[in-house]
Design a protein around this ligand. Structure first.
Ligand code: KIV
Length: 281
């Protein structure tokens, strides 16, 4: 699609009305070139706090800061015309209470131009979601495996198995009732994803939560095979760009060492006469 015509970007209400309809396509992005690449194909582009692990080599999302989210958010904004842009609230920037959450969410919206924020948590966060949505800050919820709680969970474990299912369902209902326009459900059994999707009135966006959800999201570097430290079971690799890039770098290194690069096509010629005498050849 040409970007010469103004394109109306999708809004949180547009996404909300997609409940039970054509599945929502969502990906993360952290840079302008990737945002440009995914924009035409996605309904939602999330500047996820996964940026910490994927682009900064951090061990978890817990070290991600507001400054990082603002910097990557600004970069993504420059690459989007059509998709709804959502920015993650980093760990420690919203859990104290609704007012702290409002201050930081407003900063993310003002600085990055995003139309919505995402925050993790269910029943405990419902009051905060209600406070933000009542003050013109659209919120995407995130329940199930919430990676900012990795220490409390004791690892990146499947959530909501057996008797724990009701708690995850209650979390999803709480944030939906509080006004979230969509809810990410991460790493839960398919049967629970179906229950939640049937129980709440806003779209569920699954990651490791089966095709029962109203949409899907993946970390773009995972599905493109750029981030290869580990491969969660729920990721499908659509390309092996990391391997392709490494092969290219290796070919470049071989060419430089063998003086095959730069070749005749990559150099600027001039007549030896134009050079000051004594500098030829
Ligand atoms: O940070 C992130 O990328 C996310 C999604 C993958 C849901 O929260």
């Amino acid at each position: 699609m040409s970007h010469s015509q103004p394109v109306k970007a999708l809004t949180p209400p547009d996404i909300r009305t997609r409940k039970g309809k054509m599945p929502l396509v969502c990906l993360t992005a952290y840079t302008t070139p990737i945002a440009r690449l995914v924009d035409d194909h996605c309904d939602v582009v999330l500047v996820g706090d996964s940026v910490g692990m994927v682009m900064h080599g951090l061990a978890s999302t817990l070290e991600v800061t507001m400054d990082m989210m603002v910097m990557h958010g600004k970069a993504v904004r420059r690459g989007l015309s059509k998709a709804l842009m959502v920015v993650d609230m980093p760990f420690g920037t919203y859990e104290e209470g609704p007012e702290q959450a409002f201050r930081n969410a407003a900063t993310l919206m003002r600085e990055t131009g995003c139309a919505a924020v995402k925050l993790e948590g269910g029943v405990q966060m419902a009051k905060t979601v209600q406070y933000l949505t009542a003050r013109a800050i659209p919120v995407m919820g995130h329940v199930g495996l919430t990676p900012q709680s990795v220490n409390a969970f004791g690892g990146y474990k499947v959530q909501g198995r057996g008797a724990d299912a009701n708690a995850v369902l209650a979390d999803a209902k709480a944030v939906a009732d509080a006004g979230a326009f969509a809810v990410v459900i991460e790493k839960v059994p398919d049967i629970l994803a179906r229950r939640i999707t049937g129980a709440i009135g806003v779209p569920t966006i699954g990651i490791g939560a089966s095709a029962q959800c109203d949409g899907q999201i993946l970390v773009v570097d995972d599905m493109l095979g750029i981030f290869t430290e580990f491969l969660p079971k729920f990721v499908k690799r659509y390309a092996e760009l990391g391997a392709t890039a490494e092969a290219a770098v290796s070919a470049y290194a071989d060419d430089v060492r063998a003086r095959r690069f730069p070749g005749p096509d990559h150099v600027f010629g001039d007549s030896p006469k134009a050079l000051p005498s004594g500098t030829e050849g």
